[in-house]
Design a protein around this ligand. Structure first.
Ligand SMILES: Nc1ncnc2c1ncn2[C@@H]1O[C@H](COP(=O)(O)OP(=O)(O)O)[C@@H](O)[C@H]1O
Ligand SMILES: CC(C)(COP(=O)(O)O)[C@@H](O)C(=O)NCCC(=O)O
Ligand SMILES: [K+]
Length: 237
């Protein structure tokens, strides 16, 4: 049994695969309470653990404490080249979750791709048809955008609104504006890829993927935990 784990800035996501690569369990937990991870590790007793993290060292230690005795987390980091993908981004600084999502997307189908991960931050990454990670953008995710408006203004606060094409209330204006700010980088990336060649396939992942897909005026595929698909493609030496 193998554990795959992605530690993001908001949540930890994991998957357990049996020896044949079949999925036995999948879960997610907020940083504050990793008991569901500990319970899955106790139940399935993985003898191997592969992970990627963009969270703190302290969270990494708490994750390690959930693993069965004698099992250590093998943290994976971006490389210049791996599983068919070549990295043109600053490999030393690139988030390991972004790299794993790119490897996951590359494993799905041939052709150019845009990989958008709507989590704490929104990352939008471009993968060429020959497997080159051309580059990508980082912007605040939905909650961070709403927080920043609440913190930086005297009168907005953090009301719950609904998405509207032409909002009439402050609450709807904030919600729609922040959501639109997540659509724009994805649409621009697609447009720029189209200027280079055939239209890319758009993959959406992350906690807000469904929300983004609902309002994105483009065809896209939602893939839950795409970074874990990338980890599954890594063969350990
Ligand atoms: N059950 C949930 N718990 C926390 N955030 C959620 C949940 N469902 C959706 N979300 C949204 O997903 C975002 C976090 O997505 P996620 O992919 O887990 O982030 P990260 O990879 O940065 O940890 C949150 O900012 C929130 O908007
Ligand atoms: C951009 C990120 C904060 C996204 O994190 P997430 O939203 O998945 O929690 C993370 O991938 C990160 O810390 N990246 C390092 C900088 C970079 O990718 O260039
Ligand atoms: K992200």
């Amino acid at each position: 049994m193998k554990l795959l784990l992605d530690a993001g800035n908001t949540r930890v996501k994991w998957r357990l695969l049996d020896a044949a690569g079949q999925r036995c369990a999948e879960g997610a937990a907020a940083h504050e309470d990793l008991s569901a991870l500990a319970a899955d590790c106790a139940r399935w007793a993985p003898e191997q653990a592969l992970g990627c993290t963009v969270a703190s060292e302290a969270l990494g230690s708490r994750i390690a404490a959930c693993l069965p005795p004698g099992v250590a987390m093998a943290w994976q980091w971006p490389q210049a080249q791996c599983a068919g993908v070549t990295c043109q981004y600053d490999t030393q600084r690139l988030g390991a979750d972004r790299w794993m999502a790119l490897l996951g997307a590359w494993g799905r189908a041939p052709g150019a791709k845009v990989v958008a991960a709507a989590g704490t931050a929104l990352t939008v990454d471009a993968l060429s048809a020959d497997g080159v990670f051309l580059g990508g953008t980082i912007a605040p995710g939905l909650q961070l955008m709403r927080d920043s408006l609440a913190q930086g203004t005297a009168r907005l606060g953090r009301p719950d609104g609904e998405y509207q094409d032409f909002p009439h209330t402050t609450a709807d204006a904030i919600y729609s504006g922040c959501l639109n700010a997540m659509l724009a980088p994805i649409m621009l990336c697609v447009q720029r890829m189209q200027a280079l060649g055939p239209a890319p396939t758009v993959y959406l992942t992350g906690g807000d993927a469904n929300l983004v897909a609902r309002h994105l005026p483009l065809d896209c595929q939602i893939v839950d935990n795409l970074a874990l698909d990338g980890l599954a493609r890594i063969t350990r030496p």
